[in-house]
Design a protein around this ligand. Structure first.
Ligand code: ATP
Ligand code: MG
Length: 548
């Protein structure tokens, strides 16, 4: 400590002061504990400044931290009434050997100055910035066993006389706890920062992994599918609403789920609702929630799917079937980003990304007056059109093999693969139900096949086995009717309907022939004989059913 010339030597020694004010040492302990308990620098520094200012009865407390890289001192926190002064001080940096603070830091000891203006070490730069005049001052270095942290200063005593030696001793004792608390808070901030950056990196890696994983489950090698993948990548990288369009069973939901998983909302929920499956009144309360008692049967509050999807994605399936009045309400939600529950009076904020799907031409629905144009422009910002299977026949073998593996696992069978005619038949067929129908077909074939066998055309339904190729217009399922039917969860729809008799008869015949062939080790003459046919007639039928 440097004892400067004191105009009031009466104010005595440390011992005398301590005797007069024993509460200070108690306070010292309490403050030390309080500082050590604060772990965030942003909380700690204001507390230090406020408490020191109070106990030392100072006009101001400056905390100067050392930037060891540049060997400069700066003000990380300033307790000051004037915000302009705060701002100017926060921008100020000066060489670590400047001023009385610099001297305290360099010499590693506390300094008391009773008349700063007459002290040659005084750095006037700070006074110039603050517009205040430093009269008396205490400067104490902040040092831990790790090294120098900075300097703390008490400026201008508010009492009748300048700061005393006792004040300095007290401040110096306090500075030990302050330095340790600052050091800890900095280390904590470093750990937090590296944890945050690790989290970000893990998030990026996980999304990359998810993207590879989910995209790899979507089979397609044709240029049309390559374009789909490209669009999906862009959609996953942003938060804009996406409209997935395509005939029934083309993979619209699969694509929507993959976009969600590959996006930065993958940790949030994916909430799907089929807009065609609920009557209008229920749809509103399903989507936006309701208050208890809002209508008969509303026995408890329901937050609604939009709020359930907060932070994630809501998937509006079959959006073209949404009733007009609901379209108006949905538009409001998308514009305001808030929902009002049925029976509620105030809106609630929601952060939800909207992905929707339709198996109808939504633009045409707008033109027909069935879909609001303003809503169309909201949901169809980024359309992804999925090609029907008949337009990407090159993918059929790939898809069939993929589904064969899945089905074989599920049925616990070793299946050799497909016989060439089977692949031919599968490729020729027009697939009105698209990928879902193909999947069901393979599933069924694997169920029929014996362990160790290959899938023969006879394992296929007759229409597929003969590779029927009808004009696609007549083959397309009526999307209106198909989409109006609400499907129970888990039921992927499709092939439960009764087959026409001709088709059923052909299927039976193909299977029966295949079975007979198997029984006679594929010997055509003997099989023909067993079936009561001529060899030529059997061969003709085998050709029709692709049984070779
Ligand atoms: N490209 C693909 N690769 C692998 N599987 C696919 C592909 N496309 C569709 N699927 C599978 O086909 C089935 C139907 O897909 P999905 O339910 O996504 O179709 P959709 O277009 O939503 O049908 P719908 O119009 O009937 O609602 C699912 O089992 C899905 O996993
Ligand atoms: Mg679907």
């Amino acid at each position: 400590m440097i004892a400067e010339e004191d105009p009031d030597p009466q104010r005595g020694s440390i011992e005398a002061g301590a005797a007069n004010r024993p509460d200070r040492f108690e306070l010292l302990y309490e403050l030390g504990c309080a500082f050590a308990a604060r772990i965030e620098l942003g909380e700690l520094l204001p507390l230090i400044a406020a408490k020191c200012r109070e106990v030392l009865n100072a006009d101001g407390i400056s905390i100067l931290l050392l930037d060891p890289e540049h060997n400069e001192l700066y003000f990380p926190y300033v307790a000051q009434a004037d915000p302009a002064v705060i701002e100017r001080l926060r921008q100020l940096r000066f060489a670590a050997n400047l001023g009385i603070a610099g001297a305290a830091l360099k010499e590693g000891r506390a300094i008391r100055v009773v008349d700063a203006q007459r002290d040659t070490r005084h750095y006037h730069g700070v006074d110039l910035v603050t517009g205040l005049t430093t009269r008396d001052l205490l400067a104490v270095p902040l040092i831990t066993h790790q090294g120098k942290v900075g300097v703390i200063e008490a400026v201008n005593s508010r009492g009748p006389a300048p700061f005393t030696e006792e004040d300095l001793a007290f401040f110096e004792a306090l500075a030990g706890s302050i330095a340790v608390a600052i050091e800890n808070a900095r280390l904590y901030a470093q750990v937090r920062e590296s944890e945050a950056s690790l989290r970000t990196r893990i998030g990026v890696l996980r999304r990359d992994l998810a993207r590879t994983d989910v995209f790899s489950k979507i089979i397609g090698s044709t240029s049309a599918m390559m374009e789909v993948f490209r669009l999906m990548e862009s959609a996953a990288a942003s938060s804009i609403p996406v409209l997935v369009e395509g005939e029934t069973g083309t993979g619209k939901e699969l694509v929507a789920r993959a976009i969600h998983l590959a996006s930065n909302r993958s940790d949030g929920p994916f909430v799907a609702i089929n807009c065609a499956s609920l009557p209008e009144t229920l749809l509103e309360s399903e989507l936006f929630g309701h208050r208890r008692g809002a209508f008969t049967g509303a026995v408890r509050d329901n937050p609604g799917l939009f709020r359930a999807a907060n932070g994630g994605v809501i998937f509006l399936d079959e959006i073209s079937d949404m009733p007009m009045s609901m379209q108006a309400k949905l538009l409001r939600v998308l514009e305001e980003e808030e929902v009002v529950a049925v029976g509620d009076t105030f809106p609630r904020k929601v952060d939800v990304r909207v992905l929707s799907a339709t198996n109808r031409d939504l633009k045409a629905e707008v033109e027909r007056g069935n879909f609001r144009q303003d809503l169309y422009y909201r949901v169809a910002v980024f359309p992804i059109k999925l090609p029907p299977l008949r337009e990407r026949r090159e993918d059929i073998a790939l898809l069939a093999t993929h589904f064969l593996d899945l089905a074989a696992q599920r049925h616990r069978k070793r299946i050799q693969g497909f016989m060439p005619h089977t692949i031919e038949a599968l490729t020729r067929y027009d697939w009105p139900g698209n990928v879902r129908e193909l999947r069901n077909e393979i599933d069924r074939a694997v169920a029929l096949a014996r362990d160790g066998e290959s899938i023969a055309p006879g394992h296929l339904t007759a229409a597929v086995a003969v590779g029927r190729r009808e004009p696609s217009g007549t083959l397309q399922a009526s999307p209106v009717n198909a989409s109006r039917i609400a499907r129970p969860a888990g039921d992927k729809g499709g092939d439960g309907a009764a087959e026409p008799l001709r088709k059923a008869r052909a299927a039976f015949e193909a299977r029966h022939i295949l079975e007979a062939l198997r029984q006679h080790d594929s010997n055509v003459s003997r099989t023909a004989q067993a079936l009561g046919l001529s060899r030529a007639a059997l061969q003709k039928k085998m050709k029709v059913y692709g049984l070779r």
